[in-house]
Design a protein around this ligand. Structure first.
Ligand code: ARG
Length: 486
């Protein structure tokens, strides 16, 4: 080792990046204000991996002496083994990159560790680390989505004959099955999964080698670090690579959409478990009670899914606000995106897992569903359809006749059972001047919710065989996606 450098090292020079350019240590509050160590825990393993890949590349390309590189690698592997707690942070550590470098200095010496940062900047490093950590999280979230879809599909098959009311505007619309409703959840989650799959393509790209902003004069091998870190390809423009965070915006947007879909499920569980609906009971494990009203069984978990999903959308807006108007390339503002990203991840994981467990815990009240579906004219559309099919009258006229029938039934305190051919004709004549002479059997069949569901057997419909078909398709999709993850 060069004798002058050795002397400097003995004096402690080079141990801190500030010591060259700056004369004083940072003000305590300013250090705390600018430090990212609190949330850099999320990128700890990725940072060590990134350093390992970079050092292996420096060694292979003979940019750093083999023996020195080996010592650095030994220290990094030791750190990987010991874990995050082995880092001894102090307030001067601006971030995890400095803390890791300090660890390597302590495990080797400042001379050896000093080579570690050759041809690398914290700017390309942090961008690489975030991508490495995020892709793990995306994978985990995707697996949780697949698991949720799988259970929903199984439950849907079990409930393919379970009659249920379908709502629009939260008013009775048309009969469906509970299975069909569960499949609606499953399909929205499938798209959430696919959105993440698409974003992953843009997350899994390698910024390493971009340096601070303009790459390096060293003959680095970016293909090698790309391969070592399992990225699909290197990012092609160094300035874009260090300054872009749109892969975060995109992923967080996907997660905000996912959270809003989960929130809709949570909202339905709240409604359906109320006394007024009485359609389901949420398991005790996912319910709370009141400290004063002893009878209460409250859907607090669902309510918090609803509440916490707002955090995700809020964080998305915060991230967009941080990113807008930052000039190229790296600016420290970018650091401020990270805690919001990790907060989103933490919250969406919790929301997704609890919604999934809670939804699968519910007890469904078939009798109540049946009662509701018979009560409030949910089969009215089919009576109108019958008129069109049998008597070839325009749907608009049939719609008017049935609307009038409903009014008549309501104002005379009757129900749909009272509707027969005579009843229909009385109103049909009033509106069209002609009778329809529909058979009582056909009218009865049209007004029967079970028949209603059975005959909605077009693609995407609630007929049991269509729910079954859709479930099978989704199961094939799940099989393929699970395979791609293993
Ligand atoms: N903690 C920083 C971040 O998260 C690391 C990069 C620091 N780069 C710099 N030029 N100060 O963005």
């Amino acid at each position: 080792m060069n004798i002058i450098i050795k002397r400097l090292l003995l004096k402690g020079v080079f141990l801190k990046i500030r010591d060259g350019r700056l004369k004083k240590v940072m003000d305590d509050e300013a250090a705390e204000f600018t430090s990212s160590v609190k949330f850099d825990k999320n990128i700890f393993e990725s940072d060590v991996k990134c350093n390992i890949a970079h050092t292996l590349m420096l060694k292979k390309e003979k940019i750093v002496d083999e023996k020195i590189a080996d010592k650095i690698l030994e220290a990094l592997f030791k750190l990987m083994d010991e874990g995050y707690d082995a880092l001894n942070f102090n307030h001067c550590d601006e971030d995890i990159h400095i803390a890791v470098e300090n660890y390597v200095i302590k495990s080797t010496d400042a001379y050896i560790a000093g080579f570690m940062h050759t041809a690398k900047s914290r700017n390309d490093q942090v961008a690489t680390d975030i991508r490495l950590s995020l892709r793990i999280k995306i994978n985990e979230i995707q697996i949780s989505i697949l698991n949720f879809i799988k259970s929903l599909v199984e439950l849907a098959i079990k409930h393919k004959h379970t009659i249920f009311v379908g709502y629009t505007h939260l008013q009775h619309g048309q009969p469906i099955t509970f299975g069909h409703h569960l499949m609606a959840y499953a399909h929205s989650l499938k798209r959430d999964y696919e959105r993440l799959k698409d974003s992953y393509k843009r997350v899994n790209l390698n910024p390493l080698g971009s340096g601070a902003l303009a790459t390096t004069t060293f003959p680095i091998n970016r293909e090698l670090t790309t391969k070592l870190l399992g990225f699909d390809s290197p990012l092609e423009n160094s300035m874009d690579a260090v300054s872009s965070r749109d892969f975060i915006v995109e992923t967080v947007s996907d997660l905000a959409i996912l959270s809003s879909n989960l929130c809709k499920i949570a909202e339905e569980l709240i409604l359906w478990s109320s006394y007024e609906f009485g359609l389901i009971e949420i398991a005790d494990e996912f319910s709370s009670t009141s400290s004063i009203m002893p009878q209460k069984k409250n859907p607090d978990v669902s309510e918090l899914v609803r509440g916490k999903s707002s955090i995700i959308t809020g964080e998305l807006v915060t991230i967009l606000m941080i990113l807008k108007g930052i000039p190229y390339t790296y600016n420290r503002d970018l650091q401020e995106v990270n805690p919001h990203l990790w907060n989103v991840i933490e919250n969406i994981e919790a929301i997704l897992n609890v919604t999934s467990k809670m939804t699968l815990s519910i007890k469904f009240n078939k009798e109540r569903a049946m009662e509701l579906v018979y009560k409030n004219f949910a089969t009215a559309t089919d009576l109108a359809d019958l008129m069109v099919k049998e008597k070839k009258i325009p749907f608009r006229i049939a719609h008017q006749i049935v609307g009038r029938i409903v009014n008549e039934v309501n104002s005379n305190n009757l129900n749909f059972n009272n509707i027969d051919s005579e009843f229909v004709d009385k109103i049909a004549i009033e509106i069209t001047g002609d009778s329809l002479s529909l058979s009582n059997d056909l009218i009865k069949k049209a007004l029967d919710p079970i028949e209603n569901v059975k005959s909605r057997n077009v693609l995407g419909g609630p007929a049991p065989e269509m729910v079954e078909l859709s479930a099978k398709n989704l199961q094939k999709f799940l099989e393929k996606e699970y395979k791609s993850k293993s």
